[in-house]
Design a protein around this ligand. Structure first.
Ligand code: NAD
Length: 693
């Protein structure tokens, strides 16, 4: 078997012209670019740099160290905290012992150099008190696999000799900084330390030297495991083979809304599905249940994944899994509450959400749920790190999770709680999933933008692949790749609609909002209206709205969290208009369908409302083609006069834009309108013929 070792990516020419802080950033980004070196947001790097003090003009040593939060792989220079090294040294004299170590965190800001607003991380002492100019603290799966074995001290020695030391597990903080300092003083030739159940520290005199040592030490662990594990089946061998891809997806699509229904009451959750080979190997293995029960090891892992996952046995009968969900989820919660009660201290923060984050389904994969997509995805990635750790550790020795009390003390650490309290209030649609048909068009795109801006995950469904790609790319840039998905679907095609909803569910875990907006317009006197034109209007505007609503209803009912459907109809659905009977009739059908569905969905908390736009020219593809010419001709004006013509026709004498429609949709889609259903909101700058009555 060939193994891929970490590659030295240091570019001498590139680094040569950099300042020391820039080289630190360069090294950090290189290290963080490979998840085998450290997980997302995990680990930190530092450099002790000579700088000119802005107050005295003297040359002083400044510790540049990754600040609180952030990710070494993607951080910029402003992600580093900067602290006077001599002031940090003075803190040693203020330290009152381990029982008081949390108070030292508050003192770190007194050491700030150059008014840098970046908050210092609790890991700062782990860098400050090592007598080396450059320090890397990483969470490499291969090294944590050593650190998480019962014999981690012996194995560290066997693999690294004197070059790398070993320290017993200790929560990061001031005391661990002092432990590292003592270790370095007593072992001047060591190049680093493995910290039990946690990760790796390595150091050097130059940025490049530190980087290369870090890579070399991790590569040695990778090679060592490769030799040890060669020919041995992972996790005791296979128990349940992976199902084929379509079945895995179908099972995920069935289970995710059911799980969301049961855990999303207090705080709506977004789901993530992973059926990568590493996950399938673990979930289908002989030893999965036993290892999963031991919990994850590295604190970074379980803060994201909770100490252990919930296993949902599956033998081909998904109904049986659904039938057992209430019991399985409640048993997990009881276990979590019992853990909290066993481990809590008098001043512990109140118990948090007792639901599992990670769900393992043998033969199918892993589902994860969190308050937003990025958090659910990252939790899943962290569990993959934990799987890698378990694969290595259990293959060479006994794997051990972190002792329960230690895990609790980190999870409910007052400093961790303070961090949570500082988090901004969630946006109004955080945790919600919205499906927008015609999402690549003028009104659909503006609506999806409004909903995404409020924190919703959006699925843009459209028949126009080019426009969809452009919209998706733009959304990704503005809201991040996690929050948006694009799916090509013709709303008149029953199978395509079902597939598009399945995609939405496997991507985000469920659905809360449907905006049925896909549409066209046509105009012709009745005697010139071909059957083809008539059918096209009915197909897209009536049947298409029926098909997507039916799919949403099915999903909403299984999910039991209510739901909101908003139809984009038209003034022409209320007001008759000569020369556009097919369009007007189809739009009227839409409006009546919405009212029927409002009646039918009310008992399940499903609200159905309609927004009627009129004359939204900007951004609309409808208004860029034949319709535009026809409307101009029928009003006997030039096309360039249309906008003004409609403005003057309105009661309020104002133009209507896609954002105006989006605002009404947002109101009807969100809890702001929790007590409204069966309504029609006209957004047309006022038009007496469309007044509702
Ligand atoms: P638009 O053409 O810019 O957007 C409509 C989108 O729907 C397009 O991206 C198109 O590709 C998509 N679409 C068309 N047929 C589809 C199908 N079969 N399956 C999936 N997607 C399909 O037009 P717009 O102005 O944004 O219109 C949006 C909705 O608003 C339509 O229902 C329209 O009837 C309605 N409306 C618009 C106006 C207006 O003045 N713009 C007025 C009243 C009603």
């Amino acid at each position: 078997m060939t193994i891929t070792l970490l590659e030295n990516l240091w570019d001498e020419a590139k680094a040569a012209g950099m300042s020391e802080p820039e080289r630190l950033l360069y090294r950090s980004n290189l290290l963080g670019s490979d998840k085998r070196i450290t997980n997302y947001g995990g680990g930190n790097t530092s450099a002790k740099v000579r700088e000119r003090d802005p107050l005295t003009g003297e040359s002083v040593t400044v510790l540049w160290v990754k600040g609180s939060g952030g990710d070494v792989g993607t951080m910029k220079l402003d992600g580093f905290a900067t602290l006077y090294q001599d002031k940090l040294e003075q803190l040693r004299g203020l330290y009152r012992g381990q029982a008081h170590e949390d108070e030292m965190v508050g003192l770190l800001s007194h050491c700030t150099f150059n008014l840098n607003p970046r908050a210092s991380s609790i890991d700062t002492p782990l860098h400050a008190y090592l007598p080396y100019a450059h320090v890397d603290h990483m969470h490499p799966d291969a090294v944590i696999a050593i650190a998480a074995t019962g014999r981690s001290r012996e194995l560290t020695r066997e693999i690294y000799g004197d070059e790398i030391g070993w320290l017993p597990w200790r929560r990061p903080g001031f005391q661990l900084g002092l432990d590292l300092s003592r270790f370095a003083a007593e072992n001047p030739n060591a190049k680093g330390v493995v910290l039990e159940s946690h990760g790796l520290f390595t150091w050097g005199d130059t940025a490049q030297g530190s980087y290369e040592t870090t890579l070399r030490i991790i590569n040695r662990a990778i090679e060592w495991f490769d030799q040890q594990l060669a020919g041995k089946p992972a996790f005791g061998g296979e128990k349940q083979p992976a199902r084929d891809a379509a079945e895995r997806r179908a099972v995920a699509a069935r289970l995710m809304p059911e799980i969301r229904a049961r855990i999303g009451g207090a705080e709506r959750k977004i789901g993530h599905f992973d059926d990568s080979p590493a996950v399938l190997e673990f979930v289908g293995s002989q030893r999965m249940e036993e290892l999963a029960a031991l919990g994850t090891s590295c604190p970074d892992h379980f803060l994201r994944t909770k100490i252990r996952p919930l296993v949902l046995p599956y033998d081909g009968d998904v109904d049986a899994v659904v039938a057992g969900l209430d019991g399985a989820i409640e048993t997990y919660r009881e276990g979590y509450r019992a853990y909290y009660e066993r481990c809590r201290h008098d001043n512990s923060p109140a118990i948090r959400d007792p639901n599992a984050v990670i769900y393992l389904v043998p033969g199918v994969g892993m589902l994860s749920f969190a308050k937003d997509k990025a958090t659910a995805r990252i939790a899943s990635e962290f569990y993959v790190n934990a799987i890698n750790v378990m694969r290595g550790a259990s293959g060479v020795d006994t794997y051990q999770g972190l002792p329960e009390q230690e895990a609790f003390d980190i999870e409910y650490w007052l400093l961790e709680e303070a961090k949570l309290q500082r988090m901004p209030k969630p946006k109004s649609l955080a945790g919600r999933v919205a499906f927008v048909t015609g999402g690549a068009g003028g009104i659909g795109r503006a609506t999806a933008e409004r909903l995404a801006g409020e924190g919703a995950c959006v699925v843009l469904a459209d028949i126009d692949a080019g426009a969809l790609d452009a919209a998706k790319a733009d959304f990704t840039k503005r809201f991040g790749a996690d929050q948006v998905r694009g799916v090509i679907a013709n709303v008149t095609d029953e199978g395509a609609v079902a597939k598009a909803f399945e995609a939405a569910v496997t991507e985000f875990g469920g659905l809360d909002i449907l905006v049925s907006n896909a549409g066209i317009a046509s105009a012709a006197p009745i005697e010139d209206t071909t059957l083809e034109v008539w059918n096209r209007n009915i197909d897209i505007l009536a049947t298409g709205y029926f098909l997507v609503s039916r799919e949403a209803f099915r999903l909403f009912r299984r999910q039991k969290l209510g739901g909101s459907i908003v139809f984009i109809a038209s003034k022409n659905g209320l007001a008759a208009s000569a020369g556009a009977s097919a369009y007007c009739t189809a739009k009227a059908a839409e409006i009546h369908l919405a009212r029927c569905l409002a009646l039918e969905g009310a008992e399940a908390g499903i609200r159905v409302n309609t927004v009627n736009p009129d004359a939204v020219l900007r951004g609309s593809k409808i208004w860029s083609g034949e319709w535009r010419e026809q409307r101009a001709a029928s009003s006997k004006i030039g096309e360039e006069q249309l906008e003004e013509h409609y403005r003057q026709r309105s009661l309020l004498k104002r133009s209507v834009f896609p954002e105006d429609i989006a605002e009404a949709v947002y109101f009807l889609a969100s809890d702001l309108s929790a007590k409204s259903t069966g309504n029609i909101v006209n957004v047309d700058a006022g038009n007496q013929i469309s007044f509702t009555r």
